[in-house]
Every structure is written in C-alpha cells, then in structure tokens.
Ligand binder design. Sequence first.
Ligand code: NAP
Length: 309
Amino acid sequence: MADTRQTLWHILGAGSLGTLWATRLFRAGQPVRLILRDAARLQTYHAKGGLTFSAQGLRQRLQIPAQTLNDPEPIHRLLVACKAYDAERAVASVATRLVPGAEVLLLQNGLGSQQAVAERLPDARCIFISSTEGAFRDDDFSVVFAGRGFNWLGDAQESLAPPWLDALTNADIPYEWTSDILQRLWRKLALNCAINPLTVLHDCRNGALQARAEEVSALCDELVGVLKACGQPQATEGLHDEVRRVIEATAANYSSMHQDVAQGRRTEISYLLGFVCNAAMQHGCEAPLLNTLRQRLVRHLASRGLPGD
Ligand code: NAP
C-alpha cells in the first residue's frame, strides 16, 4: 500500500492562505504542486523565483513546483485556497484531473461555496476547513504570516478522520478534526455577520462597535433565530457573549471585510451575510435586520464600485 503521508498535495490558488499551507507542507518535505490559473501567471511565478514567505521577521523564498490548471498530472489531494466566489469555477477547471476518491480540502470562508463544490464532485471526499489563521500578500507571490490561529477540519458526510492527518502535525499546521464542521462554519459565519458588515458601513475598527452594543445585540438575536431555523441550535450557544468578546479582543483591528473594501477588493458577501439571508428565506424565517443590513451593504459596495455578490 502507498505511503499516504507522501500523497502529492495540489494547491489551487497561490494567494495568502494557499501560500501559507504550501510553504509549511513543502518545508516539511511533503510533495507539493501549486496550480496557477494560466501560462502567464506561471511565467510571473518563475520570474519571481518562487514563493516568498515571511514570518516573525524572517523572509524565505521557496521554489515550490508549479503548474497550470490544464497540466495533465492526476490529482489525489487538492487544497482549494481561492476566494469563495472563485472556488467552484476553479475546481471545475481541474475536475477531470481528479482521480476517483480524491480528497478535496476547502479553505473558504462563509458557507455555500463548499456545498457547491461538493455537489459538483460526487466521487471526491470533500473536507471543509474553518481557519482562523491570518496571512496577507505584500506582493505578488509574496505572503506574510500575520496571525497565529487554528484550523478545524471535518467532513459533512462522514465523521471518520482520514488516516494522513499527522502530515499536518509534521508540517506545523495547527488543526483538530471535528465531527461537526458545519456547526463550526455556521458559528464563524454568525460572528462575521454580527461584526463585519457594521464595520464596513460605519467605516470603523471592530472596537468602535462597543458603542453600538444595542445594534449588535439585535443582530445577534436575529442570527440566533435564523441558525435555529436552519437546524444549527448548538452554533447559537453563547453567541451574544462571544461576539462581545471578539469585539473587545480585536478592538484595534479592522475586520477582513473592512480591509477588502478599503483596498477596493471584492468581498465574499454572498457567502456570508448573503448566505444567511437566503437561508432565512428558505426556512421561512423573518430576518428584517439582516436583510436591511445586506441591502445597505450592497448599496455601499456599489457606491465604491464593488460587486454586491
Ligand atoms: P487570496 O490571497 O486572494 O488568494 C486567492 C488565490 O486564488 C489567488 O492567488 C488567485 O489567483 C487564486 N485563484 C482564483 N481563481 C483561480 C483559478 N481559477 N485558478 C487558479 N487560481 C485561482 O485569498 P486568501 O486570503 O488566501 O483567501 C482564500 C480563502 O480563505 C477565502 O475564502 C478567505 O476568506 C479564507 N480565509 C483567508 C484568511 C487570510 O488570512 N487570508 C483567513 C481565514 C480564511 P491570482 O493570484 O492569479 O489572482
């Protein structure tokens, strides 16, 4: 039987999180291939001399092998590290390369994109990841590891962990296998909906929401109702308190959505607030505050020339 620890990792999307995973796996001696969108991106990558990774003031350049979407190499284990709005299309571009029973690990924030990918790939094992690690690009193919965090991995169809997870331990990737990954993703989604859109609309750091406690609390009330209607009651436990704690602990930070808007980047709204509003509607659950928030956010994004989806 093949040594499962040495299964080749294909990493689709060499952005912030894709690079963070690729560099750690590569440095741990695991075989890694980056999948870039086309020959032009591959050429740029080679011209840059590989991926640059910075952490704790140290910079390192790694020449991780890379290829394009239409490379013929079969894929056994795919880590999808695109934004939620790119994930389904990117995976579709490599679908014919996936061997039957391939593992597909999905790093996307929010909900909706993971399910769309899983529906497209009935022969693959899709593993969802909820990540609180932080990384950002300071240049093309150059990434800074910004914040220690954690990764929860789980499979919505099958609770048994795959046998190769110690490959992540060897690569210093902090993780835990969870038998209820959807609950984790719903919880993170609720935290995001209670905080991030308001920071964009009020153009403020997270901490400024302490002065808007009533508005935040009313949103939490509604989120609790929606999550319960969607069959996620456990994801609502202590939500109000955790939202307060997160606002306090990250008071000096700008939320990820605020950073996206400030830098003129498309947001993942459809997989965050948009997903929650649609889920509420499908379950016949009234969510007037969340819907109004979504409309205001979409208008705000349009005024900045950004898409509302
Ligand atoms: P990112 O830096 O924008 O990277 C996304 C990468 O995907 C880019 O390199 C992009 O390529 C690539 N890509 C998109 N479509 C592609 C395609 N069709 N073929 C090949 N490559 C394609 O995004 P990120 O910050 O890593 O975020 C990825 C996901 O992780 C998001 O859902 C995000 O919310 C989540 N997340 C991020 C962080 C974080 O700290 N960054 C933390 C937690 C969760 P180009 O370079 O060619 O544009």
